[in-house]
Design a protein. Sequence first.
Length: 664
Amino acid sequence: MTVSLSSHKMANAIRALAMDAVQKANSGHPGMPMGMAEIAVALWGKHYRHNPTNPHWANRDRFVVSNGHGSMLQYALLHLSGYDLSMDEIKNFRQLHSKTPGHPEVHITSGVETTTGPLGQGIANAVGMALAEKLLAAEFNQPGFNVVDHHTYVFVGDGCLMEGISHEVCSFAGTLKLSKLIVLYDDNGISIDGHVEGWFQDDSPKRFEAYGWNVIRGVNGHDIAAVDAAIEAAKKSDKPTLICCKTVIGKGAPNMQGTDKVHGAALGDKEIAATREALDWNYPPFEIPEDVYAAWDSKARGKTLESEWDALFKAYGASHPQKAAELVRRMKGELPDNFMQTVENYIASCVEKKETIATRKASQNAIQALAPVLPEFLGGSADLTGSNLTNWKECVAVRADQPGNHINYGVREFGMSAIMNGIALHGGYLPFGATFLTFSDYSRNALRMAALMKIRSLFVFTHDSIGLGEDGPTHQSVEHVSSLRLIPNLDNWRPCDTVESAVAWAEAVQRNDGPTTLIFSRQNLPHQERSAEQIANIKRGGYVLKDAPNAKAILIATGSEIELAVKAAEQLAQQGVPVRVVSMPSTDVFDRQDAAYKAGVLTKGVPRVAVEAGVTAFWHKYVGLEGAVVGIDTFGESAPAGALFKHFGFTTENVVAAVKSVIA
């Protein structure tokens, strides 16, 4: 890219594309792209290292538009600089199946690093990306070979800084001194409701200084040279940097700039005509002159940057072949050759040991078994490591001055989950983080975003039901498992013993098209006997655990309630009522099986009863309206787990009665 052409003309090209696309769609947010245009010229024209012809170049800088409603800014940058984003796609802004959706979506638009729009999560993802870069650099760089060496740049607005998640992740970033994280703050004082001083009077610079950030105050966001100098200074800091850019929202629109009217609506033909005149932009809609394209074009520079890095990496590979091969494997997201053999050996050991332990402990044992062959494991917990058990013997805690593979996220459940998403998007690590299941609500939108982006984040949730016991209803998960199952593309596993826990971990690690939750008990659960065929079928999400000839009913259960279902089936058998027991650790995976397999597990015409220590409504999709569900549709109580299960009807006698009620 060259900035020999008037850089303000380059900025005005962004403004023109933004206002024209929003006007054509009659929908969108022109204010932010028009207000941040000069900031974009300074960053992309002078600092941003990328290659439009290879958007996945491993050592590229990462660019995140956290204020994702201003998506036309990013689309304009991608189009102008040479990415595979045609003018027809710009014209198709916000239309069905376009590459220019209302908010940026990763895997939809070439050059978009993460899906943004829910404010604050973009900067959280960026913290994860910057953390991944720092840890990979410490692990793989060698003297003379800085093969991992790039920055993460973020655009944020007032809305991002109002969101609570920004407090969580920016505090964390400062603590870890993520010096290659540079945030450009669009400080225009306007949100949808108007001037923000009525509801947002934070001293943001002081706030970030308190976090341990380098803060550059009072930058004129419409002065390209000033923004350029601020970015240059930020790159020299040993802390993350916030650059506070004072801007005018909708800059260039003479009658609407500086007001909330330009935030989230088309300008209208009259104002667009006035804006063209004010900007001296004498071109029809969607027409960009060749000199502007030439000034923005980054393809040649990008190819040179990548070629220089390729030469460095080739020399690195010659000097450090094992490290080079390992970095390539991990950035591709490929598993090591010995992974499946390790899994098989570990499952066999679980079968042999027949342990009765809490599945949270079974989970830790699985982590311990897999970690030696998965150096990409990057575990952690939101201040509950001793309860969630996501650490392992050889893990090393991540600190500002100490690289490692286990993160103490602090009490930041939402921030943790969104940071994990950024780590997964960056590549090189397989992140997993944990908290109590009841706090999945705090992090739910990050789980949803992981599912939407189809990324490999692993969310570990322990203390999964009223089995939590004395901590009471505030901590007892009742509706959470069912609600997580409602999120599209999120696989949820609630295993019943060490064997199912091992399979759940193996399946989560192998999955490459979406995230997984792993849901574990606080209390001990007994080992269940299985044949080799049954063990093989666990990965199908649901299977016949205990069968009976001419079964008169089917009992479906998960997790801690499997033991109850098995005992009820034994008692019913003694009474001459044969019953099949189906373990369904993952309803999501089971639902994807072929019709013949599902019919073989849940035989049509046979009455069904589901048993799970949670809300009942979800299970009627399996038992039908005629079937029964033994569950809990109230909040819990504070008492020992055994007393609670009895109080809420999770007894053998109650399950037996439920079965008899459906076959009567």
